[in-house]
Design a protein around this ligand. Structure first.
Ligand code: SAH
Length: 399
């Protein structure tokens, strides 16, 4: 495995794109449809300094903006009391905003897992989940399970998000703010981020990479603490590998052969298993990071000992040494699938371990708040809330 090193994501094209965005916004006071993208959240210190200069301020004002966003966590430009009023007005006049959304609703499950619904600018709701892991001294780890899209177009047969349809990609700041709101809710820093909420991150790679940069550089979350999960979208794993991140790529496999996979994951029809496994192998060669495979266990469908043996063989052919993360199916409305019995799960684990595959079984968290894997869905994925719909005040209720 390559030496652990923090390799920055290929910043140049992103930085160029952002510079263009900053410059365009600074020179135009007209509010275009693009205005909804003019969020300060997500920008780096050099970009904020450039913005300050473009708006006729000295560069150090950009550093102040950086502190206000990432240290003081100001939510509105009018709260930027450290910067001159004229600068605040110029920012607002050019269509800039911080890029934070109100909490529409929050639910805490009996195990402490908390699901938050954020109400976006276009009245759509997204879900983000905080999963605390406690030790004797209190919460030691806080994992943020973040969404990358409003809904998901891929319709995996057992996933609630796919059943609710797709409406749009998230902007980078809408991903970053999910981590911020969890830190505020838990009064604890987020230690791990998994892109396993609503959506398919590889269909929104540009924003996911921008958010990744911000989480790593501005919020100081180590690249190794970030996992990007995909069901597989042709050509995108290669693209991600070229950024040489030190983050984990998790691939949602769910079946050891193409035929079975196509019945569980319809999008697999356009991405043969062989090509997917080749891309995973190359991801490891290019980044030195082993791919982790997720496998949702569906009773009587893909959970037999023979499936485990076939999976072990598939991974052996792909170079071996991979990690498998088994996720016993979490029940969702309108789905016939069943969760396998514990002894069936154990037999699957034993069959993999006997073939030297490291395997873990994901502990189900947040089941009673509908916040467990694949249960993230809300009624507003496709249709935004009506303007007059209930309060945008935070509402924390036990599940
Ligand atoms: N689209 C990405 C990330 C979102 S899903 C992906 O597919 O990887 C995150 C994980 O939860 C995936 O492995 C997904 O297959 C799994 N999952 C979805 N619905 C589930 C359910 N009902 N029970 C158990 N796991 C589920």
């Amino acid at each position: 495995m390559a030496a652990p090193q923090q390799v920055p994501i290929r910043a140049a094209p992103l930085a160029r794109a952002l510079r263009t965005r900053v410059a365009a916004a600074a020179t135009s006071s007209a509010r275009s449809p693009e205005a909804s993208q003019r969020a300060l959240l997500g920008l780096s210190e050099p970009e904020l300094r450039q913005l300050a200069v473009d708006l006729g301020q000295q560069s150090y004002r950009g550093k102040q903006l950086h502190d206000l966003l990432y240290k003081s966590r100001a939510k509105h430009i009018q709260d930027f009391s450290h910067v001159p009023k004229v600068f605040r007005e110029a920012l607002v006049g050019a269509g800039w905003k911080v890029g934070r959304s109100p909490v529409h609703h929050a639910v805490t499950a009996s195990d402490g897992t908390t699901k938050i619904l954020l109400k976006l600018e276009d009245n759509r709701l997204i879900e983000t989940v905080g999963i605390p892991v406690d030790d004797d001294k209190g919460p030691s780890r806080l994992t943020a399970c973040v969404s990358s899209q409003v809904g998901c177009p891929l319709r995996c047969s057992f996933c609630a998000t796919g059943k609710g349809g797709f409406s749009r990609n998230l902007h980078a700041h809408e991903i970053v703010e999910q981590v911020l709101v969890l830190e505020e809710m838990f009064k604890h820093r987020v230690t791990n981020v998994v892109f396993m909420g609503m959506g398919e991150p590889m269909l929104n790679l540009k924003s996911v990479l921008e958010a990744h940069r911000c989480l790593n550089k501005e919020l100081k979350i180590g690249q190794r603490m970030i996992t990007i999960s995909t069901v597989g979208v042709p050509n995108t794993i290669k693209m991600l590998a070229s950024h040489k991140l030190q983050s984990t790529l998790a691939v949602s496999l769910h079946a050891p052969n193409q035929k079975l996979r196509e019945t569980i994951v319809p999008s697999a029809k356009s991405y043969p298993l062989e090509a997917l496994m080749d891309d995973c192998k190359n991801y490891f060669l290019e980044t030195g990071r082993r791919v982790s495979f997720e496998y949702t266990l569906l009773a009587g469908i893909n959970d037999a000992k023979e499936h485990a043996e076939e999976l072990a063989e598939l991974l052996r052919k792909c170079g071996g040494g991979y990690h498998v993360n088994l996720i016993p199916y979490n029940p969702i409305q309108g789905s016939e699938y069943k969760r396998p019995y514990r002894k069936v799960v154990q037999a699957f684990v034993d069959a993999l371990e006997a073939r030297k595959i490291t395997v873990s079984v994901r502990q189900t968290r947040g089941l009673d708040a509908n916040a467990a894997c694949g249960q993230l869905k809300n009624e507003f994925q496709k249709n935004p809330l009506l303007e007059s719909s209930p309060s945008s005040e935070p509402n924390l209720i036990p599940a």
